[in-house]
Ligand binder design. Sequence first.
Ligand SMILES: [Zn+2]
Length: 250
Amino acid sequence: MMIIDAHCHYFETEGGLDFVKGASFEEHVQDMESANIDKFILFTLNGLFGDYRRANDNLAVIASRYPDMVIPFGTFNPWYGQDALDEIDRCMNVLGFRGFKLHPWMTGFPINSEMLNPFLEKIMSYDVPVLIHSGTPPWSEPLQIGEVARRFPELRIVMAHMGIIDLWKEAIDAAKSNKNIWLETSGVPGSAIKIAVEEVGPERIVFGSDSPYGGQGGHLFQMNKIRFLDLGTTATELILGGNIQRILGI
Ligand SMILES: [Zn+2]
């Protein structure tokens, strides 16, 4: 089986956030290798609120050093309008990225805003998935993401954090009524994942760690959270890699 971590950050030391602990990229790669994680989706934080072109360029360099491991996702800030739309094209056509990450809370837009329509349409036209941060009202609640999923039924949406601590029940509801939503497990309690598996099925749940945030070792905690649920081999393999493989088309 292949293990794929659907949610990792390229921890930039320059211009990064000071309230999160991370690890260098080299340490992160070592962590992934020693945990037998074969591949991981990676994106920058700077691209959400800083110079996204530069951030995506940096990511492309990193990804090219580990082409079998790193699955790069682009970031952009929709407040920059046409420039940000062009960046989606550049990420796909020039940098060879495989999807996009949106962070409504950090970038300052409600995910169900009409302003997002041209961006989501463009991402959809490239037939690649979008990973959307969830939780943190009023920017990115699971039911707002559900509204987006209904507006763009062909868009494959991975809901990062599955609503986090308080909103996982809404996340399950959103996934139940929208087949194009997959629930990603970083940060959510294990008990919530178990209920999600029962209610929406293991083929709709995707492992993500949000590492290297939380420092080294966070990926093990997030992975073991799933293993300890004892869901059986088939379900566990789908969640740890099979589902995201299909979503990415790899
Ligand atoms: Zn994250």
